[in-house]
Design a protein around this ligand. Structure first.
Ligand SMILES: Nc1nc2c(ncn2[C@@H]2O[C@H](COP(=O)(O)OP(=O)(O)OP(=O)(O)O)[C@@H](O)[C@H]2O)c(=O)[nH]1
Ligand SMILES: [Mg+2]
Length: 462
């Protein structure tokens, strides 16, 4: 990767907006030290700042008026976040004061950093690859402990190392193919296609497919799952949402059609974020507002990872329930028989028996019975559906997944071409394609627009 020496010095407030104990201004680039000298007056006057050492002093504006007391550190390249000279000013956490200091730094001659620009410089300088840069975003945005752990692993290079191992094998193929191209008349077969086919399957395709499978699990750990509560009006959907949340979040009344809009809340089941959606009861004869709510309910159903199909056990399956169940049954779903406090156990069991092949849970949302068993069933069905384990150590994101799929496709074309005895230069083309795709993940060959899309997800100061 070509180094991109940055000529401009950039600065930003690196801590979150709002009042905090301390607030940090980060400066990176060739003028960092000059800017430190301009705005910072160490308590003991000195002409030299030792790298990676903390100094106590005051920050002053262009007129020499004190703005804040601060600790300052100067870090000489290349042992810094960006591999450029970096200065950090650790000030008091007043956002107003931090902004005044930042204005002063900029007035002395640098510019405000763009979102993610510090991390982008670290990437462009070759200190981190793109998977590690993305791990920084994931770590900042992690919503669960498991998500943070995955991001930390990726920052340590887990994903990069796995990809690198595969890449090296592809490079091995390519090297042999190049020799075979150069010596077309050689008697000995330089490129052993039988051996290569085996190595391709076990050393390249299998590990890549494993990463693709991990991507789905990673999505669940990072973003959680969407669980939609659906059913005809009055079966107790909102009561179920409240029971799962353990609070009176949604309105519950005996009047069918109470919930007009969708209600969304988040709970955690065994560390997985679960986004619960309570929907308007779906029925035919409705007013305009309710119709909008029902339309929204249908859309939410389409997006759901799991549907909780709620039935009023005291009423049994009515034609309207059946109609709705026809659309639900094709999706990953659980049947929830509610209001079991109103009916005899035998009757509930008979009703449960009519749902062949589906998982049925019986509850009383009003009395809070069966709620834990339902949570457990939700967890189990999500595990069964995705081979999920929260013990995974590495999880490609959606961008990686798309690239992995394309790379596997190129490998499969390579495999087929070998099987049909295609000429070596054609084989080399497919291997090169597979390699280029993988290069997109680590940032080796990533086009600028992809880089821009990745780094624009950052906040300013990171
Ligand atoms: N006995 C009993 N009543 C329940 C239970 N769950 C809900 N109900 C009652 O059923 C009625 C409807 O409950 P809701 O939770 O509003 O039902 P809903 O499915 O959200 O209804 P819509 O929003 O109109 O679609 C209320 O009077 C609840 O108190 C239960 O487990 N047992
Ligand atoms: Mg409701």
């Amino acid at each position: 990767m070509a180094a991109h020496p940055a000529t401009e010095t950039i600065a930003a407030i690196a801590t979150a907006p709002g009042t905090g104990g301390i607030g940090i201004i980060r400066i990176s680039g060739p003028d960092a030290l000059a800017l430190l000298r301009a705005v910072f007056v160490p308590r003991t006057l000195r002409s030299h700042f030792t790298s990676h050492t903390l100094y106590y002093g005051t920050i002053v504006d262009r007129q020499g008026r004190m703005l804040d007391e601060a600790l300052a550190v100067y870090m000489l390249a290349p042992h810094t976040y960006t591999r450029e000279d970096v200065v950090e000013l650790h000030c008091h956490g007043s956002y107003l004061v931090l902004q005044a200091i930042l204005r002063t730094v900029i007035a002395w001659g640098c510019r405000l950093a763009e979102p993610g620009e510090f991390t982008k410089r670290a990437f462009l300088a070759g200190r981190i690859d793109l998977t590690r840069a993305e791990a920084v975003i994931d770590l900042l945005q992690a919503q669960t402990e498991a998500g943070a752990r995955l991001a930390a692993n990726q920052l340590q290079g887990q994903l990069f190392d796995r990809l690198e191992a595969v890449r090296q094998r592809l490079i091995g193929f390519l090297a042999l193919l190049e020799v075979a191209i150069d010596f077309p008349d050689d008697d000995v077969e330089i490129f052993d296609t039988t051996l290569a086919a085996t190595q391709l399957q076990t050393g390249v395709i299998a590990p890549l497919e494993q990463l693709i499978a991990l991507a789905e699990q990673g999505r669940i750990v990072r973003e959680g799952v969407k669980v939609v509560i659906a059913g005809r009006p009055n079966v107790g959907k909102s009561s179920l949402l409240n029971a799962l949340l353990r609070e009176e979040r949604a309105l519950v009344t005996p009047v069918p059609g109470t919930t007009r809009d969708t209600v969304e809340e988040r709970i955690d089941i065994h560390g997985i974020p679960v986004h619960l959606v309570d929907t308007a009861g779906i029925r035919r004869h409705e007013d305009a507002v309710e119709a909008l709510g029902i339309e929204r309910a249908r859309r939410k159903l389409a997006e759901a990872d799991l549907v909780l199909f709620v039935v009023d056990a005291s009423a049994g399956m009515e034609p309207r329930d059946r109609e709705l169940y026809e659309t639900v049954r094709e999706k990953r779903h659980l049947v929830v028989l509610n209001k079991c406090d109103l009916v005899a156990a035998g009757q509930v069991q008979a009703l449960a028996g009519t749902f062949a092949g589906a998982t049925v849970v019986t509850i009383s949302a009003r009395q809070g019975e069966g709620i834990e068993a339902l949570q457990e069933a939700v967890y189990q069905i999500l595990i069964a559906g995705s081979g999920f384990t929260d013990q995974i150590d590495c999880a490609p994101n959606t961008r990686h997944r798309a690239v992995l799929v394309r790379s596997v496709e190129a490998c499969q074309r390579f495999g087929r071409a070998m099987a049909t005895g295609a000429p070596v230069d054609l084989l080399a083309v497919e291997v090169q394609t597979a390699l280029d795709e993988l290069g997109d993940i680590t940032g080796l060959t990533t086009p600028d627009e992809v880089l821009d899309a990745v780094f624009s997800q950052f906040c300013i100061g990171k």
